[in-house]
Design a protein around this ligand. Structure first.
Ligand code: NAP
Length: 252
């Protein structure tokens, strides 16, 4: 692992997988921009990093807004240095069966996952190509393989896989790798909200999920953070355009 203090951006970094990833990358020696919708919501994640002696910056931005993304990436470049690691992790769900899904449900999910990842990658690549080095990791999902009630989310997560492969082809010559992680069930506020929506107690929801998973447990945010650490490190420079399922079993 390089000890260069490369600057990383983790979107949706205030909590869940994003917060664990931000902390992990800080332990890897990265200066981390913790970016989320509301700057104040990033404070806990930033404090967890600085308490360990790391460097972090809270940044408020909606990843689906071109102006906000541009301003955020410029601010990060000035305050932390040129960002050469980007983790497109921000996400939302608006689950519903097709006949009940609204256009707003569709547009919101596409806006955050697909447009958001596009805008962030477009803004960050300017710094990566200049540096001749970069790492982009996009958060896909096992839902990309199809999941009842998630026509919008599974479409966006499958779309991110194509986006990943195309960026890997375009950006490889600049020393930039682009990969996707497709997690299965990870215990976070997102999955907790799903349990609430279907009226199942959180503990029961996790136990039921664990029974379907070959390794016999649900995932933790740190499981994904460890893989991001590898994919953003020096040693993964020959791995690009891949979708890695991190689901306690194959699911691909
Ligand atoms: P989470 O706990 O809901 O965290 C997502 C974060 O993204 C929240 O802090 C949220 O902010 C932020 N966010 C939402 N919209 C945003 C926007 N427009 N701009 C900036 N930030 C925004 O989710 P998670 O479970 O950690 O999931 C992280 C990623 O992994 C997501 O892409 C998700 O789809 C993917 N994933 C999760 C699982 C799982 O089982 N948990 C499985 C597969 C894939 P607010 O709180 O303000 O909304």
């Amino acid at each position: 692992m390089s000890t260069d203090n490369k600057v990383a951006i983790v979107t949706g970094g205030a909590r869940g997988i994003g917060a664990a990833t931000a902390q992990r990358l800080a332990r890897d020696g990265r200066a981390v921009a913790v970016l989320d919708l509301d700057e104040g919501s990033c404070e806990d994640a930033v404090k967890a990093i600085t308490a360990e002696g790391g460097t972090a910056l809270a940044v408020g931005a909606d990843v689906s807004s071109p102006d906000a993304v541009q301003a955020a990436v410029e601010r990060i470049a000035v305050e932390l240095g040129a960002p050469t690691i980007l983790v497109n992790n921000a996400g939302v769900t608006r689950d519903n069966l097709l006949f009940k899904m609204t256009e707003t449900d569709w547009d919101t999910v596409m806006g955050v996952h697909l447009k958001g990842s596009f805008l962030m990658a477009r803004a960050a690549q300017a710094h990566m190509t200049k540096a001749g080095w970069g790492r982009i990791v996009n958060l896909s999902s096992t839902s990309a393989l199809g999941n009842r009630g998630q026509a919008n989310y599974s479409t966006a997560k499958a779309g991110l896989q194509g986006f990943t492969k195309t960026l890997a082809i375009e950006l490889g010559k600049f020393g930039i790798t682009v990969n996707a992680i497709a997690p299965g069930f990870i215990a976070t506020e997102m999955t907790k909200a799903t349990a609430e929506r279907i009226g199942m107690a959180w503990e029961e929801y996790q136990a039921t999920g664990a029974k379907q998973i070959p390794v016999g447990r649900v995932g933790k945010p740190e499981d994904i953070a460890a893989l991001v650490s590898y994919l953003t490190g020096e040693e993964s420079g020959f791995v690009s355009g891949q979708v890695i399922y991190a689901a306690g079993g194959p699911r691909s």
